[in-house]
Design a binder for this molecule. Structure first.
Ligand code: NIG
Ligand code: FE
Length: 397
């Protein structure tokens, strides 16, 4: 049993971003000079400075900006080894393709569970230090029944949202026998993995899984009670985004190469477009057209895609800065996508905003406004992180 959290007053908030326009000013529902109380992990009260009910403990924001905790809805944290040589070669001109995944698969298969756990937990702590209060992470570097299962056990022990990605690529031993691998992914591997996962994902891309195999994999995941997500249209145009919409996936992730039909399909759906500009940055690829998506009314999330191949960063502030500078999102749109957008991509209505009844996840920024996250790129502005009413302060010593 978790020990009770008690109540926490966050006082002296200069600017509070609630993400609820009805609660304050502008698109982010900003409030000035307020206090906020979290009781037993949940926001209980927001109001005039100095007027709060009594609490067990207190955190002084000293006039700083407070934003909802970042929701990183797409990461691959369970792996061994790294691919720094691949990155270095790419910066000298080599193109990124899905082939490098097998390097990480080999390293992951060869690593003891304790190493996988330790490394993934270190990445979680790294993300928390940068303001992330909710993480999704996936399997996908095991690709055998045993290795996918143990990667998901590790994931389930360290993050809240866990995704089965046995369909990351066809592993080398199944080359030429793709149908057999799909049968494994939809059969015994899914059986072994589903108990530790909430989501099923597939990399729908040339060189990974075609549309028919992807549909079969998603349908099997759904039949096992899993929600759906799709790695879609990352490296080329294709059917992934429309498949995600057809299958009612919570999110189509990457969305780098889209045509009008893809945008229309997303706009008329409940599927979030999760943009991962860290991947475009680290693979030197064109960025997704975020403006077109937003202007068409598509719900957009931002996430890191943290993985050793295409985006080895846990930093949501970095992703926000990229979204503003490179994808022409406004600072408000980027902050919203990195918090409320991620919550929506995970179909979580208890996260991503600061309002009574929602989980008390927040970041005190060493800045007067949230726009400073993009305005001061590369600068550590995360002063204090609170998750479910607990100050994660010990992480900062
Ligand atoms: O989301 N697209 C597929 N998977 C990862 C990359 C994995 C890797 O290169 O190791 C991604 O970018
Ligand atoms: Fe990914």
């Amino acid at each position: 049993m978790r020990p009770p959290v008690g109540s926490l007053l966050v006082r002296g908030i200069g600017t509070l971003v609630t993400n609820r326009p009805e609660l304050g000013q502008g698109a982010l529902g900003e409030l000035r000079d307020v206090d906020l109380v979290i009781d037993d992990g949940v926001v209980a009260w927001i109001g005039e400075a100095g007027a709060s009910p009594a609490t067990d403990s207190m955190l002084d924001a000293a006039g700083r900006c407070v934003v909802p905790g970042f929701v990183d809805s797409h990461t691959h944290l369970v792996f061994a080894g790294d691919r720094v040589e691949e990155f270095t070669a790419r910066m000298a001109g080599t193109r990124y393709d899905a082939g490098g995944i097998s390097t990480t698969v080999a390293a992951t298969r060869g690593a003891p569970g304790s190493e996988l756990r330790q490394r993934a937990a270190a990445l979680v702590r790294e993300a928390e230090r940068q303001g992330t209060t909710t993480l999704e992470t996936k399997s996908g570097y095991g690709l055998t029944v045993v290795d996918e299962s143990r990667c998901l056990e590790v994931a389930a022990g360290i993050v809240e949202e866990v995704t089965y990605l046995g369909a990351h690529v066809v592993p080398p031993e199944y080359r030429g026998k793709e149908a057999d691998y799909v049968a494994l992914v939809t059969g015994p591997m899914l059986e072994a993995c589903a108990p530790n996962a909430r989501w099923c994902d597939v990399f729908c891309e040339e060189g990974a899984f075609g549309v028919d195999a992807s549909r079969e994999i998603l349908a099997a995941g759904r039949a096992h009670g899993l929600g759906l997500r799709v790695h879609a249209n990352q490296l080329s145009a294709g059917p992934g985004v429309r498949l995600a919409v057809e299958m009612g996936a919570a999110s189509a992730d990457h969305c780098t190469y889209l045509d009008g039909a893809d945008v229309d399909a997303l706009a008329g759906s409940d599927t979030v477009a999760t943009l991962l500009p860290g991947a475009e940055f680290s693979t030197r690829s064109p960025y997704p057209d975020a403006r077109r998506l937003l202007d068409s009314g598509v719900a957009v999330a931002l996430a890191t895609d943290c993985n050793p191949g295409s985006s080895y960063t846990t930093s949501m502030p970095f992703v926000i800065a990229l979204a503003v500078r490179e994808m022409r999102m406004t600072p408000d749109e980027a902050l919203f996508a990195a918090t409320a957008g991620g919550a929506r991509a995970l179909r979580r209505d208890d996260l991503g905003a600061l309002a009574p009844g929602l989980r008390g996840d927040l970041v005190v920024l060493d800045a007067p406004t949230a726009a400073h996250l993009a305005y001061r790129p590369g600068v550590d502005l995360v002063r204090t992180v609170v998750r479910a009413g607990r100050v994660l302060g010990s992480l900062f010593v």
